[in-house]
Design a protein around this ligand. Sequence first.
Ligand SMILES: [Mn+2]
Length: 315
Amino acid sequence: MKKITLLEAKSLLLKNDNFHILTHRYPDGDTIGCAFALCYALRDMGKKANVIINGKLPTKFSYLAENYADQNFLEQYVVSVDVADVKLLGEYKEEYENRIDLCLDHHASNCVEAENVLVDSSCAAACEIIHELIKAMGVEITKDIANALYTGVSTDTGCFCYSNTTASTHRIAAELMESGCEFYKINRINFETKTRAKLKMERMVYDTMEFYCSGKCAIIYTTIAMQNALNAGDDEMEGLASIPRQIEGVKIGITMREKEDGTFKVSVRTNDGINACEFCSRFGGGGHVAASGCSIKGDLQSVKYMLIKAAEEVL
Ligand SMILES: [Mn+2]
């Protein structure tokens, strides 16, 4: 494993061809945005590249794939984007975990053992790194590329609200607007629109909310039974994690989502400088200072108990 600079990453992308670009499971706007932006940029240079979607592309991001079709080639160079840990490759873990040539990421907790690694945790979104790379490669930021990058920057900063947002984030967003990105459409899709199924799911989730540590910790959960009752898919489950942190006085907001494999996918969002990444690392997870995740095996009550215990220790 070699830690490399942005310019070295640029050289590697220019030198190689026939790319597979890997995204993380439960793909979000950042990993998807990075992958399509990089893919379009490489193709604009006459190279062959495919995006490997981990699971299925969430329907709300379908606008990013309007001008995309898989190309036919034998892959020679594997790039991962916004993937902090090979565990997050999900169904593609076995196929790719020892074959990543270039890892591009912004998670401080990144532990991918790739041939070359570029991690810049000062970036709010991995799309900020991809933006710099594409500019360094000398590729024009087309509307398709701008839409993909804006999607990542906007979603990873909660529409430029979270504490990870920097002046540089805004400058990049401004450049993307100058390149013709459809910021209004993208933000409306990601922040101002919910399906009725999602509304029903939120209503159910609000009823599960419990408070601990004198109101400084709030926990919500979803079970497979709840999901089945509402016929809710991944699109409906997305964004629930932001709910507990919105309550006044809450410093640690925890969302537990029961998975088919007997584990709970846990999302932790924090306020006031409480380190969510440190919290999740206790359970083998990681992420960012204010937004992290982990997976814990067990039933609802025992997993919840472990999380409350951890919250009590931190607060
Ligand atoms: Mn990200």
